[in-house]
Design a binder for this molecule. Structure first.
Ligand code: GDP
Ligand code: PGA
Ligand code: MN
Length: 613
């Protein structure tokens, strides 16, 4: 069985020396680390300080082990090739272990905490034998910020430690902030590959048995078997979304799967916007958007996770709790995301991309032509018969400060006041380029009815449409029905200060399967209309499903696009919408009494309007 979650008053005092804890570490932290070490039996323990020297040591260890190879064309950059069976999040191995199954809700895999502790206790027993156990104290958000939170990840994977260095604020300041408090999240990760004496290691050790387990009541995370980002960098999806969503429910704030940006015009207009799209549906790209319309610039604040809280002024204030970007490589190019290309020209960890003979990285969509002599993501000479050169979920990991578009105040502890929230997904038909929700409750309905084609970011059938409310289906740590209620309540609390809510769809297709909308930098046109709606200047027309841009309200200056295509992008087919409502109703139905009546009201209203057009 697993050791108990850390308590404030440690039951049995442990000598810090025994686990090599730094001077002054909180006794509760030290005794928890000691209990994990006792269970997992590592060869040694390293407390991470987040320094450049530490990162260099990790890189040397990984080079030596063959986990990474240098990318000579990009200083300070490396390529990791994972085990081919460890390339994405595994939703069917992700568990919410709430005491009561009701609290996990119908959309999560629930397991009884006591029996899960038993299973994990067996797996973690001796799991780190022959390996180094790293203790990573980190802060999500600037240390001590009003929206920030603390955590400790224990792992036996140097790849995870190096990635955490980029993705979170690791180090002594975070450890010191944990003194005298239990308000930090304990997270344990093991690749589950103990080494016997003299046993030869492999470049990417992992275990086919996998558990990504969350204990919302004790705020714990235990992850076993995988070293892939979303399964192993426990600060990210596991803490900042699954555990934080529970904290947010209990403490009156929101933890969301969103990008965060500021769009500003030379004339002084500006908006702060957060956007929820499912994994691999355009968050990172939108966060780094280079507007094609004159006068506008986008400053990046975050690309994956947003924590937001009502501020003293009654508005919703938002931070990006992360410190870096873990982005999808395929499809990234000078044409689609020049900002991302520039930020990865040094100090980047690439995972599962291809390599060129002259020592650079490559992936599908980076250049039109496929370079000669590629080595594919599995280290073999590239042969199209083996599939793509880079894995479709190949990733780059970089520090946020490397993005040329990063906002100068991106790590302001108090965050930014939010003006607009957008929801989107990959919808080849039916969903218009943009619409505005009529009010907050309708906006919650729009978020709750997001659906999208599945992508390579998680194991599963790519291309199939599934409901993914708020892009949080795989990330909400509690009953999604209660989550909807929490959102509706937030609207009441914010009142007239509530951000305006919109839906967007960059992915509508023509009969030949091509995208109707050029996307990427051109998406600024849609954001400009949104800014206009927030300011009360852009005209809209009310329809059964929401407010669409009025004739001529969307800025199409300089864009070569047929009027017929624009019509198709905004076409609302009442029949298709009505038949989707059947699916929405079934989806809502599974929440039973947890479903807020506001959503039922919205559904009935939309149906009534569709039936009367
Ligand atoms: P994230 O995982 O939500 O951050 O998604 P990304 O921004 O990394 O994008 C995932 C994939 O969608 C990449 O291959 C992008 O090139 C592609 N993508 C992003 N934005 C757009 C867009 O506006 N239009 C089209 N057609 N593709 C896009
Ligand atoms: P993302 O997910 O595609 O939303 O960036 C990252 C992950 O797979 O953990
Ligand atoms: Mn992303």
């Amino acid at each position: 069985i697993l050791p108990a979650a850390p308590t404030r008053a440690s039951a049995k005092p442990v000598k810090p020396k025994r686990v090599g804890a730094p001077e002054g570490a909180d006794p509760g932290v030290v005794s928890w680390v000691a209990s994990v070490a006792e269970l997992t039996e590592p060869r040694d323990i390293v407390w991470c300080d987040g320094s450049q020297e530490e990162l260099q040591r990790l890189i040397d260890i990984m080079l030596e082990a063959g986990t990474i190879v240098p990318v000579p064309k990009r200083p300070g950059s490396y390529l990791a090739r994972s085990n081919p069976d460890d390339v994405a999040r595994m939703e069917d191995r992700t568990f919410i272990c709430a005491d009561d199954a009701e609290d996990a809700g119908p959309t999560n895999n629930w397991r009884d905490p006591a029996s899960m502790r038993q299973v994990l206790g067996g797996l973690f027993d001796g799991a780190m034998r022959g390996r180094t156990m790293y203790v990573i104290p980190f802060s999500m958000g600037p240390v001590g910020g009003p929206i920030s939170k603390l955590g400790i990840e224990i792992t036996d994977s140097p790849y995870v430690v190096a990635s955490m260095h980029y993705m979170t604020r690791v180090g002594t300041a975070a450890l010191e902030a944990m003194h005298g408090t239990r308000d930090w999240v304990p997270a344990v990760h093991s690749i589950g590959a103990p080494l016997a004496d003299g046993q030869q290691d492999v470049p990417w050790p992992c275990n086919p048995t996998r558990y990504i387990s969350h204990f919302p009541e004790t705020r714990e995370i235990w992850s076993f078997g995988s070293a892939y980002g979303g399964n192993a960098l426990l600060a990210k999806k596991c803490f900042a979304l699954r555990i934080a969503s529970v904290q947010a429910r209990d403490e009156g704030w929101l933890a969301e799967h969103m990008l965060l940006l500021r769009m500003k015009h030379d004339d002084g207009r500006q908006i702060h916007l957060a956007g929820a799209f499912p994994s691999a549906c355009g968050k990172t790209n939108l966060a780094m958007l280079q507007p094609t319309i004159p006068g506008w610039t986008v400053e990046t604040l975050g690309d994956d996770i947003v924590w937001m809280r009502p501020g003293p002024d009654g508005r919703l204030w938002a931070i990006n709790p992360e410190n870096g970007f873990f982005g999808v490589a395929p499809g990234t190019s000078e044409a689609t995301n020049a900002t991302a290309m520039a930020m990865m020209d040094h100090d980047t960890i690439f995972t599962n991309v291809a390599m060129t003979p002259d020592g650079d990285v490559w992936w599908e969509g980076m250049t039109k032509d496929v370079p000669e002599g590629l080595i594919d993501w599995q280290g073999r000479p590239y042969d199209p018969a083996n599939g793509p050169a880079a894995h479709p979920n190949a990733r780059f990991t970089v520090r946020a400060e490397q993005a040329p578009s990063i906002a100068p105040d991106w790590d302001a502890p108090e965050g930014v006041p939010l003006d607009a929230i957008i929801f989107g997904g990959r919808r080849p038909t039916q969903v218009p380029l943009v619409l505005q929700a009529r009010d907050w409750e309708h906006g919650v309905y729009v978020g709750a009815t997001v659906s999208s084609q599945q992508t390579a970011a998680a194991e599963g059938p790519v291309g199939e449409i599934r409901r993914d409310p708020f892009a949080m289906l795989p990330f909400c740590g509690y009953n999604m029905g209660d989550y909807f209620t929490h959102w509706i309540d937030m609207g009441h609390r914010l009142g007239r200060h509530a951000p305006k809510i919109f839906s967007v769809n960059w992915f509508r297709r023509d009969e030949d399967g091509g995208f109707l909308w050029p996307g990427f930098g051109e998406n600024a046109r849609v954001l400009e209309w949104i800014a206009g709606r927030v300011a009360g200047t852009a005209p809209g027309v009310d329809t059964a499903v929401g407010v669409l841009p009025a004739e001529g309200a969307l800025n199409l200056d300089g864009l070569d696009i047929d009027e017929a295509v624009m019509d198709e992008l905004f076409e609302i087919d009442p029949k298709a919408w009505l038949s989707e409502l059947v699916d929405v109703e079934a989806f809502f139905g599974q929440f039973g009494r947890a479903l807020p009546t506001g959503l039922v009201r919205q559904l009935n209203h939309v149906r009534w309007r569709l039936e009367h057009v």
